[in-house]
Design a protein around this ligand. Sequence first.
Ligand code: SF4
Length: 220
Amino acid sequence: MTAATRRPTRIAALNARRCENTDTELFYGDKEDEQKEARTECRRCPRVVSCLRGALAEEAWGVYQWGVHGGLTADQRNALRAAALLGERPDLVQARSLVRSRFRYVLEDGIRDNAPLQVLAARISAEWMPVSVLTVRVAVWWLNGEGSLVRTKTPGDTRGIRDRVLDDFVPVMLRLRASGARQRDVAAYLGAKLSMIASILSMLEQEQRDAVTAEQAVAA
Ligand code: SF4
């Protein structure tokens, strides 16, 4: 084989999708350890950025999504769609560089210490260049971290998770709902349990209906 014929083969091998040579079922498993294994394959895949972009572009709201694509689960991809409703978009190329640079260790330490995403973004921005919380969130997901907006808390914060959601996230939850997000999309965006978010949203939306009814009664 000449160098001329060897070169394209090597390039093709370097660019090959990891899932081409892996059990496809792994990418559609519903067990957490299967999803983690698939996501680890994605993290090593040269196509991870374009694959995730493609999945986000092709999957539509309201359609049942499943499987791991671009290193993220269906819920994590839903979280990114919900973020887009708020005008937030991750820089996927920057997220990729975070997991391949020395910042990978900053992120892994943060995952181990359960550090809030905002703290990780601030650390990286101070040392390197400005990076958004959402970009850090994608990098944390690619490293198999939880990347929840509500499950981590800053030291000294003694509030329970429901109180923190009610204190800190009501405006964003209502904005998402007003933009067409389903309850499960809001839960995915926050990284919280659907049952808790559904119960809080039902309460908030009932309060809104009651307020409208009271205004109409006053106006009548
Ligand atoms: S990033 Fe996409 S192409 Fe690569 S292994 Fe994962 S699912 Fe396959």
